[in-house]
Design a protein around this ligand. Structure first.
Ligand code: ZN
Ligand code: FE
Ligand code: FE
Ligand code: FE
Length: 164
């Protein structure tokens, strides 16, 4: 694909994130199921609900730009989810596994934060504040999800895992 304008780059990035979010819709329930710490399972459930709204926002953003999802696969998220799956496939100490799941999930959130942050900035640059505002809403949710994971690790999981 040829990239002549920043709007074309923005569209490519939105399609990439769309692909990533689709993979997460499938991965988050698995992470929720494997999590032993109740707070962690609850957090994944809540983020799944947010993720569905994020997909709707991306649909809306692409529509505003006269586009629709499809044609781009996010290879990075495929890899991040494959790494998360390695943890999910392990047996062992439940809390140690929870700490590993959190580490994998935070990699995912940080990737999303980078993607939405850049796309938001590109949208502003091309004068699409309507798209930028949609992306900012999601960016705030991703930041919050990351913070919640840190809080759960620090409050519940890490101390117990370190005793194993
Ligand atoms: Zn891409
Ligand atoms: Fe997301
Ligand atoms: Fe990607
Ligand atoms: Fe997320």
């Amino acid at each position: 694909m040829s990239l002549e304008t920043m709007q074309e780059l923005l569209i490519h990035q939105l399609k990439d994130i769309y692909s990533a979010e689709q993979m997460l819709l499938k991965a988050l329930p698995k992470m929720q199921e494997k999590a032993s710490t109740e707070e962690l399972a609850t957090a994944f459930g809540a983020h799944l609900v947010e993720t569905k709204n994020q997909v709707a926002r991306l649909d809306q953003a692409l529509k505003i730009l006269g586009e629709q999802p499809g044609g781009v696969k996010c290879k990075a998220m495929e890899g991040l989810i494959a790494e998360a799956q390695e943890i999910l496939d392990e047996d062992g100490n439940e809390t140690v596994i929870d700490a590993g799941i959190i580490a994998a999930a935070q990699r995912v959130e940080h990737y999303e934060i980078a993607g939405y942050g850049c796309a938001r900035t590109f949208a502003r640059r091309v004068g699409r504040n309507d798209v930028a505002n949609l992306l900012q809403e999601t960016l705030d949710e991703e930041g919050n999800a990351d913070k919640i994971l840190t809080d759960i690790a620090e409050t519940w999981v890490n101390a117990q895992a370190a005793r194993a």
